[in-house]
Every structure is written in structure tokens, then in C-alpha cells.
Ligand binder design. Structure first.
Ligand code: NOJ
Ligand code: CA
Length: 689
């Protein structure tokens, strides 16, 4: 009797499995087996995945799905048509980056889902499992019952396994310029943090966080959530269910009531989860780049990392102005020449000139449309003359396109604007999008703007121009495919210290940024302020770090373009300026030696071509003693070390400019013991003799 029953059951089960196509349960691991993805369908035919790290669940059963305008959602009633595995392993070279060669090694699991009833619509979930994390995306094939779709919500869940400690900024649809908050997941309350930015109108849905968002579990595992290859889609914020500890994708939208319009076939960006045991491994990870396509630009000879100075900080301090009517115009021919002379004398590659074109008298406000044209200089600024003077001195001018978020105007001007750059031999432009997007109803991080930023990048490439975008869309690794995407802002840069009414960036700011914002890509932070208090211009503002901390940022913060942001007169004759002149800008290798999020971080980078190493370390408001083992240096070689460190009585507020320079010879068997003052840091050049 029992035997018969079992046979019947087995037969029934076989019929069931065959009837459904593939077995719903699927599993795949990372190449080193440390990460496991398990997927299945639940009783309602909802697809879910689970992530394990070293045998422990780090993401519990999380479902996926989509809601659309005018057609039924796709979130349950699925069957699995096919499950396919595939592996890939390669190494590629970056024209510029934190390192020269990148390893990409993953196992892929692709699951084709189809609605059993309804319209029989299909999409696939593609998982790529690397040793340092996972990415997954949705692939909508061309099919009868979906042609054009309007996505009103993407329902990707990330079910956390505990009330982790989290470093987060609010999921603003317009600007990423917010300070990081540190809390438990259950304590996230994004709405109460909404007014950090004084420059833009912001829209923050309740309890949403921006990505990359980084957390630490009770077991000491670090997780960071972000996305890769954001192309023709909307930025993903994460909506936080503070009770059930579930994050769900919350796409940035528009006032038309939808998030994304697409036509099949299409793929979404990759949803990424970095997993690490050491906080520094998050920074060393290449997950985001590995999930982007290889370089698509044929000629990249004009793409070059550079250090630059510029007519910039003086406006933020109020020493001069962007507009001419004030009588304190910064971008005059004469002033530009002064900066060019300074750049040439000290070996800088570029000079940024802001406020060079007409329109700045009225650049913020309701009548912004059509104000800037990007080709008409002010009467006191002879563009041609400045450019030819720069050429003579071997310095490049960096063009500035502040759009004041009048995107429609800028799009009409793009051809003319970039043709001018090409004619003048200008290979770099800094763009800006201050204010609310024109046309009305769109936000900086929605699909409309994702398309716009990409359009600008491609137009720039046509004219051999690199783009450094301020008020950008967040980085998702696009620089691998379009290496003219040289850097971007997308955080509270040094400029906030010049004018922010909330006191500027606190000392801990740059001990969090490397583990959050910097995981997405290069940052144009504009470091290097030596006149920390600038009482002459802004007695109520200051930089909240020591001078040595400012130096360390050239290594800690990665960007292939770095500004020496302070006024030339504050650098001239200053011994610490030597570090900014010496520090590398393009790297063979990067090592995060030590660090804890929100406390301190120490990073070493090896310069391409010279083999010199540079080390930067920054601390929060607490002082600390660090030990830096130099075991990463070449064996049996002697390096000349120049150490720029906080003086013993240095303090970010009470004594920020007290520093000491120490010179000595070191080898890879040595250790450096260094004191970091409150809000302090250390910057070290190691010259390979
Ligand atoms: C905001 C940018 O972040 C800043 O660098 C620039 O100077 C102003 N906009 C003006 O364009
Ligand atoms: Ca900005």
C-alpha cells in the first residue's frame, strides 16, 4: 500500500515538474563558493531569491516584480521556462583608474520566467555572482504581449536579516548633496533630513535612501547596495520598511506619474550587492565596473587625467563673482592669465574658468530658461586670447557649462557648445545643473535626465571632450564604456564649507564618503584648502578639517581629475603645496590599508609610470594613532618618504594649519607610526629612487 502510494506520488511529481518546464529551485555560487544565490517560486508563483555568504543568509527571500500603467502587473503566477548557467573570466585594462588591470570572474544564472495565465508575458532575471558580490538585472525580450511599456514601479526587494547599522543619505530625486546619517535601519527617517541642500529644490519620498547605501551586520559583514550601468532607466532609490527591515526599489519618477518608458527588448540596470568582511574590501571591489560594457570609444588619445586649478573658490568665498554686473567679476582675461601663469609655474595641466559666459546676473530664479548659451563670453573675458595664452604656456582651459538646469535650452545648444570646444582644442568641460529641472515636472534623477546626461556625454565624445558633471546623475560605472566620463560631483563637496548655513561638512564626512559615494566612482570633491578659516572672506564659515587632512584627500578620494581648489595666493610659498604638486593622478594599484566607516581610512596608491606610492589617511573628530606597514612597497628598494602630518597640537577647529613635514628613507620592512589629530590626516609621498 505504502509502495503504491509512493509510486503514484513520484509519477504525479514528475508530471508536475515536466508540466512547469524547469524545476523552480535553482542555485548558483560565486567562483570561490563564498556567495550562494538560491532562487525559487512560492505557492503564488512569485519569483524570489536569497543570498548566502559563507553559509549564512545575508539577504532573505526577496521577491521581484513590475507594475505598469494600463496593463496588469507582472509579479506572480510565474513558471520557469528555462534556467541557464554560464561562467566568464577575463582581465581588462583601464585607460585610467584606481588600478590598471581589473579581474572579472563570475558565474551567471539566467532564469526565464513566464506568466502561466494572464498574457503569458515573459522576462528573465540574470544573476552574476562574483567573489565580492552579486548583480542582477531584468531582461524583457521582444514579445507579442508587451511592446511599449510604462513602468510605474519596480518591485525589487532586498530583505535584510537584521537591524543593521547603516550609513545613508536620503533618497532625493534631485540632488545627492546631503550629509550621511548613521543609524539602525529601523531608525531611518529620511523626511526629517530633507533640507541639507540650499541650492536645489528637493523631492524625497518618505523613508527612502539613496545608493550606494552601506551597512554593517551584527556579525561584522559589510553590505553595500547600488546599481550598475544605469542606461535609459530611472535612478533607483531604496524605500525602507523600517518595521520589517525590507528595502524595495523606489525609482525616481516625474510629475506625469510614471517611472520608466521602454520598448521591448530592453534590459534594466544591474541591482548590486557588495559583500565584504573588511570595510576596505568594499573600496577595492570592482563589481560595479565589471557589470558595465567594455570601452566603446575608438580613439581615446585625448582622454587624460589631470590636476587643475581654477577661477572657482574665489566665487564661493565671495572674493569675486560669476556675474559681471557686480563689479567683482572673477572670469576676466587678466585673472585667467594669472591662473594660467600659476598653473604653468607649478605643473598643473588645466585651468577651470567659471562665470566666463553671459547670463550669470540672473542664473538662479524662475526666468532661467534661455539665459546661458555657452558661446558668448562676457565683454571683459577674451576667450580666444585666454585659450591661446594657455596653449603657449602648455596649459589647457577647462570649459564650464552651467545649465542652471534649463535642460531644454542646453540640448538645443549642445552642438554649438561642443563645436566651440573642439575648435578651441578644449578637451574638458565641467557641467552643472543647479536648480529645478526645466521643463517642469522632471527631476534630476528620473529617466528623462538619465537620457540627457548620456546624450551630453556622447555629444562630448564626438567632439573629443571629457565631462566632469556637477549635480549629475549618480555614477554606475559608465566610465568603463565611455571613458570621457571623467569625474562627477554628486555629494557635498568642499564648496559647502564656503557657504553652508549648517556649518559645512563635519570632520567625519570624508571617513564615510569612501565607503558610500566613492563605491560608485570618481569624485570631483575639489580638495586642498589651506586657508582653513578664510576669515578675510567668510568669518562664519570654515573647513572642518586640518590642513594635513586636506592633503590626504588627494589619495583618499579617487578622481582622475583633481583640483587644487584654494586661491593661488594661499599656495604660493607654502611648503605643503609640494605634496599637491607631487601626488599622482593615475594609478597602477590601490590598497585600502585600514579603515572603519565613519572613523578613519588609510589608502595607498601606486602611480602609473613612476612607480611612486602615495598614502592618505583621514580621521573623524577623534584623534588616533595609526601604524602603516610598508610591506606593499617593492622588495629591496629604498624609497624617499615625505610625510605631511598633523602637529601634535593640531585640531580641525582650534589649530587646523599646524603640520610637520618629515623626510626619511624607508623600505618595505618599515612601519610608520603616525598621530592623526582630531579632524586630521596624513599625506605621504614615497618616491621610488
Ligand atoms: C554648483 C557646482 O557644484 C559648483 O562647483 C559651481 O561652482 C556652481 N554650481 C556654479 O556653476
Ligand atoms: Ca554642487
Amino acid at each position: 500500500m505504502f509502495f503504491k502510494f509512493s509510486v503514484v506520488l513520484i509519477v504525479l511529481m514528475t508530471v508536475f515538474i515536466v508540466g512547469c518546464g524547469y524545476e523552480p529551485y535553482q542555485e548558483e555560487t560565486s567562483p570561490d563558493k563564498s556567495i550562494v544565490i538560491q532562487t525559487n517560486l512560492d505557492s503564488e508563483g512569485q519569483f524570489y531569491y536569497k543570498v548566502l555568504y559563507k553559509g549564512k543568509v545575508v539577504i532573505d527571500s526577496s521577491t521581484v516584480g513590475f507594475e505598469f500603467k494600463n496593463i496588469p502587473p507582472m509579479k506572480n503566477g510565474f513558471e520557469i521556462l528555462r534556467a541557464k548557467k554560464q561562467s566568464d573570466s577575463e582581465s581588462y585594462e583601464l585607460p585610467w583608474g584606481e588600478q590598471r588591470y581589473v579581474e572579472s570572474d563570475y558565474n551567471q544564472l539566467k532564469i526565464d520566467l513566464r506568466e502561466k495565465e494572464n498574457l503569458g508575458r515573459k522576462f528573465s532575471v540574470i544573476f552574476r555572482i562574483f567573489n565580492d558580490g552579486i548583480g542582477f538585472r531584468y531582461d524583457f525580450p521582444k514579445q507579442k504581449n508587451i511592446d511599449s511599456v510604462v513602468i510605474t514601479d519596480e518591485l525589487t526587494q532586498f530583505r535584510l536579516t537584521g537591524d543593521h547599522k547603516v550609513w545613508w543619505t536620503p533618497g532625493d530625486w534631485d540632488i545627492y548633496e546631503h550629509l550621511n546619517n548613521t543609524s539602525k535601519i529601523s531608525e531611518i527617517d529620511a523626511l526629517s533630513k530633507r533640507s541639507h541642500s540650499s541650492l536645489a529644490q528637493t523631492y524625497i519620498p518618505f523613508n527612502a535612501v539613496n545608493t550606494p547605501v552601506t551597512m554593517k551586520t551584527e556579525d561584522g559583514i559589510y553590505l553595500s547596495f547600488h546599481e550598475a550601468n544605469l542606461t535609459d532607466y530611472a535612478d533607483m532609490t531604496l524605500l525602507v520598511d523600517t518595521e520589517n527591515l525590507v528595502l524595495t526599489s523606489g525609482l525616481a519618477g516625474n510629475d506625469l506619474g510614471y517611472k520608466v518608458e521602454q520598448k521591448t527588448p530592453f534590459v534594466t540596470p544591474w541591482r548590486t550587492i557588495q559583500i565584504a568582511e573588511r570595510a576596505g574590501d568594499l573600496i577595492e571591489s570592482n563589481l560595479i565596473l565589471n557589470l558595465n560594457e567594455p570601452n566603446q570609444l575608438a580613439d581615446i588619445s585625448w582622454i587624460k587625467p589631470m590636476k587643475y586649478v581654477g577661477i572657482w573658490w574665489e566665487m564661493h568665498l565671495g572674493k569675486s563673482s560669476w556675474d559681471m554686473a557686480s563689479g567683482r567679476h572673477g572670469a576676466t582675461t587678466e585673472n585667467a592669465k594669472r591662473y594660467i601663469d600659476f598653473a604653468a609655474k607649478h605643473g598643473f595641466d588645466g585651468v577651470l574658468v567659471e562665470g566666463w559666459n553671459t547670463g550669470w546676473e540672473n542664473w538662479i530664479g524662475d526666468d532661467r530658461e534661455g539665459i546661458f548659451d555657452f558661446v558668448t563670453p562676457y565683454a571683459d573675458y577674451d576667450l580666444e586670447e585666454v585659450v591661446s595664452y594657455a596653449n603657449e604656456k602648455g596649459v589647457q582651459i577647462i570649459m564650464h557649462h552651467e545649465t542652471s538646469a534649463a535642460v531644454s535650452t542646453y540640448e538645443q545648444q549642445l552642438d554649438t557648445a561642443f563645436a566651440l570646444c573642439e575648435r578651441l582644442g578644449i578637451h574638458a568641460v565641467k557641467t552643472g545643473y543647479v536648480g529645478q529641472i526645466i521643463p517642469d515636472g522632471y527631476y534630476h534623477h528620473g529617466q528623462y535626465m538619465v537620457r540627457h546626461y548620456r546624450k551630453v556625454l556622447l555629444k562630448a565624445a564626438e567632439h573629443k571632450v571629457m565631462v566632469n558633471a556637477h549635480e549629475p546623475i549618480k555614477d554606475t560605472g559608465i566610465r568603463r564604456t565611455f571613458p570621457n566620463m571623467i569625474s562627477r560631483e554628486g555629494l557635498r563637496g568642499n564648496e559647502f564649507n564656503a557657504w553652508s548655513s549648517d556649518g559645512g561638512n563635519p570632520p567625519e564626512h570624508l571617513t564615510i564618503i569612501p565607503f558610500t559615494r566613492m563605491l560608485s566612482g570618481p569624485i570631483d570633491f575639489t580638495p586642498g584648502i589651506f586657508d582653513i578659516k578664510f576669515d578675510k572672506y567668510k568669518p562664519n564659515n570654515q573647513v572642518n578639517t586640518t590642513l594635513a587632512h586636506q592633503l590626504a584627500l588627494y589619495v583618499v578620494i579617487y578622481s582622475p581629475i583633481q583640483m587644487a581648489a584654494d586661491l593661488p595666493e594661499n599656495y604660493e610659498g607654502h611648503p605643503a603645496f609640494q605634496f599637491i604638486k607631487d601626488v599622482g593622478i593615475n594609478w597602477d594599484e590601490t590598497k585600502v590599508l585600514e579603515g572603519e566607516i565613519g572613523e578613519f581610512v588609510t589608502i595607498a596608491r601606486k602611480e602609473r609610470e613612476t612607480g611612486n606610492w602615495f598614502i592618505g589617511s583621514v580621521t573623524d573628530e577623534n584623534d588616533r594613532k595609526i601604524t602603516i606597514p610598508l610591506s606593499f612597497l617593492g622588495k629591496d628598494k629604498t624609497y624617499r618618504a615625505m610625510i605631511y602630518k598633523d602637529a601634535e597640537d593640531a585640531h580641525w577647529d582650534k589649530n587646523p594649519t599646524a603640520y610637520v613635514i618629515e623626510n626619511k628613507e624607508v623600505q618595505n620592512t618599515d612601519e610608520l607610526k603616525i598621530y592623526l589629530a582630531p579632524g586630521g590626516g596624513v599625506a605621504i609621498s614615497l618616491f621610488a629612487n
